[in-house]
Design a protein around this ligand. Sequence first.
Ligand code: ADP
Ligand code: MG
Length: 395
Amino acid sequence: MADIKTIDDENFAGKKVLVRVDFNAPVDGEGNVTDDTRIRAALPTINKLIDDGAKVILTSHRGRPAGEGFEEAFSLDPIARRLQELIGRDIVLTRDLTGPAVAEVVDAMADGDVVLLENIRFDAREKKNDPAFARELADLADAYVNDAFGTAHRAHASTAGVAEFLPSYAGYLMEREVGTLTGMLDEPKRPFVAILGGSKVSDKIKVIDALLDKADTLIIGGGMCFTFLLAQGHAVGTSLKEEDWVDRAAAMIEKARERGVSLLLPVDVVVADAFANDAAIETVSVDAIPADMMGLDIGPATVELYAEAIGMAKSVFWNGPMGVFEMPSFEAGTRKVAEAVAANEAADTIIGGGDSVAAVNKFDLADAMTFISTGGGASMELVQGEQLPGVEALR
Ligand code: ADP
Ligand code: MG
């Protein structure tokens, strides 16, 4: 981040500032935002610009509109109403994204006013990173701020292209996300324990591979553990498994051995006769998974093993639940691992990824963690060692 300007480097008084935020928040059938985490995450940046006396022009996408103009179902109107409540001032939502009608609205703004452009993906040129569209966006403003960490892994007009045409800055959320995640990877406090779960090995193989270069201990749970158990020669019944990925899993086990990383895999699992909360359930050793049952959570002996390693860590990175935590019958593994992470007050604890964050929130443990990433895909790509176009464009 050292070579990127941040909003603290500038006073934006009187300037028109185009701010890319990630307001892709869930909205219910009645048009109410059901989780405003992403909106609240952008408030420090928005408030700093208001306090500076900037004219704040916000832009975001929401969902996946067709890109052929306005669609009610993807309007940012619910977002504008929630944002208005959160910052306590009127927000103008424009129907157009660029052009004379928007320029007119912007020209009428007083210092400290906030305008929100409609869903930027109503124009197909956004996702194509069309330079002419980026130019039109830039023409609205004097400066550009990117605070949308959640879309930083996409090279779109509003996340990357526009930075070509304006003095560009990282917002506070962007700075904190990139700073925390790269800090963890560059100089982790040791022992560094990485915990990976979730559904598939194929989704996470690059993350596993990258973390084997960094971590002292790698803990594997969730659906992906069964492909590893196959690689170890266990039978896994009807559990989620990816036979085509067994060789890759075996290569990861070998890489851990070569690098001296302690790779922890389940020793027992909770199996069920169906993918249902009220299925018949048993806890079995990984040597004894019945042919007609599926593993849906890690077992208590595994939890104990994992909690012990987590308790000794000085830094922890966690992505992916340990089991099907959405169903109470299979939530214990994820809950207990989350509790072990939360209980380690001596460690930096970083949670990344959509469902892992949902799990930590479900168990009401978010406040006990050092950092919770707001960007699922973006944080995974960073951990994988990939460059994020939205960050690179600010350089
Ligand atoms: P994240 O969003 O945190 O990166 P993923 O999207 O990779 O996590 O995976 C989350 C999903 O994995 C959850 O919906 C959870 O139910 C599922 N899952 C976890 N363990 C299992 C399992 N043993 N079998 C099937 N699905 C599982
Ligand atoms: Mg997910």
